[in-house]
Design a protein around this ligand. Structure first.
Ligand code: SF4
Length: 332
């Protein structure tokens, strides 16, 4: 697989970072898309009905895409999952000409259930279609050796298994302030359980959390660069109206980075990250009807365009300042 290993040779032909779309194109040589499902899991913060307060930036949708069906409202979980998969595949085929599909458990914490229940749900969904990947989003404190073993068992089907692990910040002080209810150490333990089994890991981080400026943000990025995750999702802070963080904002207790400031953070972060780490996202999308702050932010395609242009203009590329020796890691 072609990878970014150093300074791009031809500026006009290459994106100066290891984009997810580029990764999927190289891997599958055709149009590959994620099929997102909401299997009705909750998270340790929110209780079974998803209503308890959780992380201060999270509203009751818990990262669920707007088009996903809420399983707990529709009654039969398996009927709902079948519907979601059929609808998702149909939509992606029609809209984008998709040919390869990746099963993505996105909403809330998708390993927060007894192991038998997890297996039943993963098995059921994977048997609905010939998916090329299983992607499971969750929290660090919802990964045990037993869960990691279950996830790893799906690699025997010849598919890639990814876990998306929320960290948000590598500072315990910040995790406490945003009510994450897990520590950096718990994140590291979960990361190692997954890594030891060959499960690919995408880490979520948020830029612009309360009490964090460039120094703290780059501290998180340097921490992650040392772990060399297979993927990273960077979100600019989005504050839905119905959250504790929105109340803090309205009380004048925090500020939110502008598009231009987020761009500067992202460019600096990309230079510190290993070239192999796939950049899954660089911004967050919260539907406008739920979003409180920021009121104005560049849309995704404009933001990506500006990142590319800025990096090329300043002669920067992903990994330029990464503190590790690529040749020692190539046989990982
Ligand atoms: S762990 Fe995830 S779903 Fe649970 S409250 Fe935090 S952001 Fe929301």
């Amino acid at each position: 697989m072609e990878e970014l290993k150093g300074k791009p040779e031809n500026k006009s032909q290459i994106t100066p970072f290891n984009s997810y779309s580029g990764y999927l194109k190289r891997k599958y040589r055709t149009r590959a898309y994620r099929v997102s499902v909401d299997a009705g899991f909750s998270c340790p913060h929110r209780g079974s009905d998803r209503r308890n307060p959780g992380c201060t930036f999270c509203d009751e949708y818990g990262s669920r895409a707007v088009y996903q069906e809420e399983v707990h409202k529709t009654g039969d979980r398996f009927v709902s999952l079948k519907n979601q998969i059929e609808r998702g595949i149909g939509f992606l085929k029609k809209r984008y000409g998709a040919e390869v599909f990746l099963l993505y458990f996105q909403a809330f914490s998708n390993t927060f259930a007894p192991i038998e229940e997890l297996k039943q749900i993963y098995d059921y969904c994977l048997n609905q279609y010939s998916f090329a990947e299983l992607i499971v989003s969750t929290r660090p404190d919802c990964i045990s050796a037993e869960v990691a073993d279950l996830l790893a068992s799906y690699m025997k089907r010849g598919i890639d298994v990814w876990t998306e692990l929320g960290l948000q910040s590598s500072r315990d002080e910040t995790l406490l302030r945003i009510n994450r209810a897990h520590t950096v150490r718990q994140f590291k333990e979960a990361f190692q359980l997954l890594r030891q089994r060959g499960i690919k890991i995408t880490v979520h981080v948020i830029f612009g959390l309360p009490g964090e400026n460039k120094r703290e943000i780059m501290g998180t990025i340097n921490y992650l660069a040392g772990l060399e995750p297979e993927g990273i999702k960077i979100h600019n802070i989005h504050i839905p109206r119905n959250t504790m963080l929105y109340e803090e904002y309205m009380a004048g207790e925090l500020t939110v980075p502008s598009s231009a400031r987020h761009l500067e953070y992202v460019v600096d972060a990309l230079e510190l990250l290993p070239p192999k780490t796939v950049i899954i996202r660089l911004t967050c999308d919260t539907p406008s009807e739920r979003l409180g702050i920021p009121a104005v932010f560049w849309n995704k395609s404009l933001f990506y365009k500006k990142v590319r242009e800025t990096m090329l203009k300043r002669n920067k590329w992903q990994g330029r300042l990464a503190k590790f020796k690529q040749e020692e890691k190539d046989d990982r």
